[in-house]
Design a protein around this ligand. Structure first.
Ligand code: F3S
Length: 391
């Protein structure tokens, strides 16, 4: 890889061993994937923030970076952590919270934004064609496919190194040639609901592996539906982006597959594992809700009450919650909780006595049986609301 004089000095350790390690991570990645140089990034987004998913993985390097007074060189946001300060803090074991707070404090010292969301693009939308180093897979697919920004799917350490150095190696989808569709997916019958988009994502993720598809037949759909599709696609496979506008086809001859209505139906059925239809928790907001989604929920919830013995969580970022104050009031007056900074997957639902989760997110339904030891019911938002609320 070509390095500038300044990059070489960092690589040789002239600016300290912590920066040197970060530079070595980036160069190693570049060499592995035929990167030619490092390119400046507009922002970084770090995963592996929740103590529940991080567990006892060593945080020594993180601590060493903070001790060496390393700071983020670019805007750097953080993925959800493991508790909500308002609603879950008192319900979870103290020693787990303390471990989590210790991790958050290290990130804070290094200048990371206390965003704790998987939808950093609702805080600041990255510019079209800007280069990013993001590590949350759902946000990576959304940034590449819907927002037109350019980011590989980083791991926690490489996104961290990129945040400190302010650069990333130019391989993968940072190169225009690698962003072209490799396979044409024709969706045979119209799909409308968010769970169908999610189920399509899980179905395609399993068969595409890392191939970039162009998906025909989605019509003029909402960005929220595309968010569900991307999150599920990235959960079940390694694809980092999809195309959905016919104009991207440009007469190319591609391998073709079609997806039939019964295959999407079957994927939805398989994502429901609960033997009974009575959930302990109804959870929406995976990925974290947009302002539009919060408004839509508030309009249905207004004046109603959450059923006894059922929890209803609407997860979003504190940034969106702040902007949605009047809707939040309406939702919370029903007994529902607008949860920030975390989600049902990255907090300890099992420690809260939750055995069955109903959700409109295929990503959550895909992960919850293993990560939460929970049974799942995948259903569209209107059914989730009907189940959560009294008539
Ligand atoms: Fe976000 Fe949690 Fe889903 S981190 S993408 S809401 S699993």
């Amino acid at each position: 890889m070509y390095l500038t004089k300044e990059e070489e000095r960092i690589y040789d350790g002239e600016l300290g061993w912590t920066k040197q390690v970060c530079m070595k991570i980036l160069v190693k990645l570049g060499e592995l994937f035929d990167g030619e140089r490092l390119i400046p990034i507009d922002s970084a987004h770090i995963s592996g923030v929740s103590y529940k998913t991080l567990g006892e993985a060593p945080t020594d390097f993180l601590e060493a970076l903070a001790k060496a007074n390393e700071k983020t060189k670019v805007e750097a946001t953080l993925n959800p952590q493991s508790f909500d300060p308002e609603h879950l803090r008192k319900r979870l074991p103290k020693q787990l919270l303390q471990k989590q707070l210790d991790i958050l404090q290290i990130f804070e010292r290094m200048g990371f934004k206390q965003s704790y969301t998987c939808t950093p693009y609702y805080i600041r939308e990255p510019e079209k064609n800007s280069h990013l180093a993001w590590a949350e897979s759902s946000a990576v697919v959304y940034a590449n496919s819907v927002l037109g920004a350019w980011t590989n799917r980083e791991g926690g350490p490489s996104a961290l190194a990129a945040a400190i150095i302010g650069k990333t190696p130019d391989y993968g989808v940072h190169k225009a040639i690698n962003r072209k569709p490799k396979i044409l997916v024709e969706v045979d019958s119209p799909i409308k609901e968010e769970v169908e988009y999610g189920a399509l994502g899980i179905f395609l993720g399993k068969i595409l592996k890392d191939k970039i598809p162009i998906i025909k037949g989605l019509g003029n759909t909402s960005e929220e539906n595309l968010k569900q599709l991307g999150a599920a696609l990235a959960s079940a496979g390694m694809t980092n982006m999809f195309h959905y506008k016919d104009s991207k086809l440009k007469g190319e001859r591609l391998e073709k597959i079609s997806v039939k209505a019964n295959e999407i139906r079957k994927a939805i059925e398989e994502l429901t594992t609960a033997p009974k239809q009575k959930p302990d928790l109804v959870f929406v907001g995976c990925p974290h809700c947009s302002l539009n989604e919060i408004r839509e929920i508030a309009n249905v919830v207004g004046g109603k009450k959450v059923r006894d013995n059922t929890e209803f969580w609407v997860c979003t970022s504190c940034h969106v919650k702040e902007k949605a104050k009047s809707y939040v009031q309406k939702i919370e007056a029903s007994g529902a909780k607008v949860i920030t900074d975390t989600c049902a997957v990255v907090t300890w639902t099992d420690k809260l006595g939750i055995e069955t989760i109903m959700t409109n997110s295929a990503k959550t339904a895909h992960y919850a049986p293993t990560l939460n030891k929970a049974n799942t019911i995948l259903a569209p938002l209107k059914e989730c609301l009907k189940t959560a609320l009294k008539e």
